[in-house]
Write a protein that binds this ligand. Structure first.
Ligand code: PLP
Length: 473
């Protein structure tokens, strides 16, 4: 394949900007509230404000905090505001990172290194709920820390009945989520904290989703279990700014109870020919624009602004929960207490992934969850305006699928159904890896797990599966 060359001569700026605009033609319609993940959009004026702040510092680099004192000031103030919100003490400290995944990775690296140094742990493990965000599995792989999974109970809550027995001398950390991604449930952090403290093991709370909404829901009078630094065993918390903080992309935080913990996150190399090097987190160059936008949005919205957004989100969630419960054959999965939820089917004749396909046909971008199968929604304040239409389309989609059971054998329903039923999970992994890697050829295209060329992906999967079965006899 021929590679795309740089233009021989530069092009007029407005033409380039028009091109960029046109690229978005097929992107999800987030301004029309047609997507339930990835984007936390308020309105154009809010975006313009964050962009103006971003622009002021888009060239500034947080790599060297001694150089850009402005960025260090913003970072310190952001951490301080978050520490206050999450009931930190006088010693609470932390770092602004580029996203939730970076914050999660850092916690694992910190506690692995701490256990190495203090307890000489050489085969580290960490105890994480099965519902932990995939970033934790990524961290486990990157840092070679074995995940030991706390199972889901029948109610899909994290079952911690075996937690005490699972902790051993090689356990470097325990994780709880507030809330977890698949169903929006808040893990039993208080009980986990008690055990963690008794065993002297750090407890991290992944509040990448909840960090900037649960505190405001609580201020609005909603009763929630305690999950932040009020729980004595909690040693660190990750909280994203670029989700329910409604800041520009590229901003999250990780906070520690004290500097003794944070020190293990830091990297210092004193003998580098390039100079003595110190870095607080994963990145080298750190995006000044994202810090400035985050600082500015926190200031612009303030507690009152976030409380109003939390209230609107709560209303949207309540509308959705009531509407979903009112549709025969659907049920909410687990026990969502925050801004996100998932729902599945209670009726064998109703394939939930076929419902997802129908919703997509009606112009909604849909995320699917598995084990149990369901449709997922991260609800934002502005989804309040979309909830009624979504529920109407959902009810119609359910009717269509019940009337046309063959829909479970086509499109996304077939692909996802197939993936769930292939017994060799390594085969699923390899297949997804192949497809995904293909996208990263220079000039590579998009990913479509539903229909990727001819024969369709489900057909190719089926052929592979049948071959495998045939070989086994
Ligand atoms: C609970 C939780 N933790 C971590 C992350 C990772 O965040 P990011 O996508 O910003 O890397 C997510 C993302 O949805 C999440 O839901």
């Amino acid at each position: 394949m021929d590679h795309l060359s740089l233009p021989e001569h530069g092009r007029p700026q407005n033409e380039v900007l028009e091109d960029l605009k046109s690229f978005a033609a097929d992107d999800p319609d987030y301004k029309g509230r047609r997507i339930w993940s990835l984007v936390y959009h308020l309105d154009d004026a809010h975006d313009d404000f964050a962009a103006a702040a971003y622009r002021q510092y888009s060239s500034a680099n947080g790599l060297n905090p001694a150089a850009f004192q402005s960025l260090k000031r913003m970072e310190s103030e952001i951490i301080s505001m978050l520490a206050d919100l999450l009931h930190g003490g006088p010693d609470t400290c932390g770092v602004v990172t580029a996203g939730g995944t970076e914050s999660c990775l850092m916690a694992v690296k910190t506690y692995r290194d701490m256990a190495r140094k203090k307890r000489h742990v050489s085969r580290p493990n960490m105890i994480i709920p099965a519902t932990a965000h995939v970033a934790w599995f990524k961290a486990a792989g990157y840092f070679d820390v074995k995940p030991r999974l706390l199972p889901m109970g029948k109610d899909l809550n994290t079952d911690i009945s075996k937690l005490k027995r699972m902790i051993n001398g090689n356990t470097v950390m325990i994780l709880g989520s507030a809330p977890e991604y698949p169903h929006g449930t808040i893990d039993p952090i208080a009980k986990m904290g008690e055990l963690a403290e008794a065993k002297g093991v750090p407890l991290h709370v992944d509040a990448c989703v909840g960090g900037l909404i649960l505190p405001f829901m609580e201020m609005n009078g909603i009763e929630l279990p305690e999950w932040d630094f009020r729980v004595p065993g909690v040693t660190s918390i990750s909280a994203d700014l670029h989700k329910y903080g409604y800041t520009a992309k590229g901003a999250s935080t990780i906070l520690y109870r004290n500097l003794d913990l944070l020190k293990f996150q830091m990297f210092v190399y004193q003998d580098w020919p390039g100079g003595v090097f110190a870095s607080p987190a994963l990145l080298g160059t750190r995006p000044g624009g994202a810090y400035a936008a985050a600082w500015a949005v926190l200031q612009k919205l303030g507690k009152q602004g976030y409380r109003e957004l939390a209230e609107q989100t709560t209303q949207a969630v309540e509308m959705l929960v009531a509407g979903i419960n009112g549709i025969d054959g659907l049920r909410i999965l687990g026990n969502p207490q925050g801004p996100l939820l998932a729902f599945g089917s209670t009726d064998k004749a109703l394939n939930i992934f076929a419902v997802a396909d129908q919703l997509e046909k009606k112009g909604w971008a849909v995320n699917r969850v598995q084990n149990p199968n369901g449709i997922h929604a991260m609800v934002t304040a502005k989804h309040r305006n979309a909830a009624q239409k979504y529920l109407q389309d959902l009810a119609q989609s359910v009717e269509t699928v019940l009337a046309n059971p063959e829909l479970a054998q086509t499109g996304g329903a077939a692909t996802y159904g197939m993936m769930a039923h292939v017994p060799l999970r390594g085969m699923v992994k390899n297949k997804v890896l192949d497809i995904f890697a293909e996208m990263y050829r220079a000039g590579g295209g998009g990913l479509d797990l539903k229909e990727s060329g001819s024969p369709t992906l489900p057909e190719r999967w089926m052929a592979k599966y049948v071959n495998w079965r045939a070989k086994r006899g």
